[in-house]
Structures are given as structure tokens and as C-alpha cells.
Write a protein that binds this ligand. Structure first.
Ligand code: FES
Length: 127
């Protein structure tokens, strides 16, 4: 992993900005930690990839459901760009991408500083 060109701390490159479509996310491994990076209207947010409810991978939010013909929605959770949240693909708990909070339960998952430089996304490595 390469480090941030303008910083001498622990920011490591995780992806190119163009690799993540607006309104979606990907999973990356930073120092052995699973992190989901989401594109919200061109701003990038890094949050734990594991929901605190039953450990669903948040990076799957917004993907098409399997066998969804008879359900009221064809996708599983997703990014709410106006609220800057992501809804878990399994039971739709909504996580604040800036704070990592789930308002209803009061639970919180980790968030990580995230920056773009020269078209690449860098995440502040935990630890
Ligand atoms: S596992 Fe995320 S809401 Fe249940």
C-alpha cells in the first residue's frame, strides 16, 4: 500500500476515486481491518465494513437482492446521500457515515479519516 503524497502519517491508498460509483461502496483491508469506503456525491467516507447488529458487510448495501421478484424493493439497503447514511443490506439499520452512529440503538461503529489526493483515496490506518 502506498502512503499519502502530502502527509507523513498513516494514510494509505485504498482505491482510485473513479473505482467507487456515486451512491455505492467497496470493502478494503487496511492493516487487517475490514473497512467500507462509500462515495456520497463525490465525497468519500470510510466506516467499519461490519454492521454492529449481526455483522453484515455494509459494502453490499445497495446491491440487487437475490430472488427479489416478489419483494417491495429490488435492492438491499443503500446509501442515503441527503442524510449521509448507509442502510445495512440485511435489516436496514441506518448508520451515519460521519459519526458511525445508529441513532435508534445508540450503537456506534468505527469511522476512519478519508482523503482524496491526485485521484486516489487514502484512509487513516487504524492503530
Ligand atoms: S446485520 Fe445489519 S441490520 Fe442486521
Amino acid at each position: 500500500m502506498s502512503t499519502h503524497p502530502a502527509r507523513d502519517d498513516d494514510f494509505v491508498k485504498v482505491a482510485t476515486a473513479e473505482a467507487i460509483d456515486a451512491g455505492s461502496g467497496i470493502a478494503v483491508d487496511v492493516g487487517g481491518i475490514e473497512i467500507a469506503v462509500f462515495n456520497v456525491d463525490g465525497e468519500f467516507y470510510a466506516i467499519s465494513n461490519r454492521c454492529a447488529h449481526q455483522q453484515a458487510p455494509l459494502c453490499k448495501a445497495g446491491e440487487a437482492k437475490l430472488n427479489a421478484d416478489d419483494t417491495w424493493t429490488s435492492t438491499r439497503g443503500g446509501v442515503n446521500e441527503a442524510a449521509c447514511t448507509v442502510s445495512c443490506p440485511w435489516h436496514l439499520w441506518e448508520w451515519d457515515l460521519e459519526t458511525g452512529e445508529h441513532a435508534v440503538s445508540g450503537k456506534r461503529i468505527a469511522t476512519f479519516d478519508c482523503e482524496v489526493a491526485d485521484g486516489d483515496i487514502y484512509v487513516d490506518a487504524p492503530g
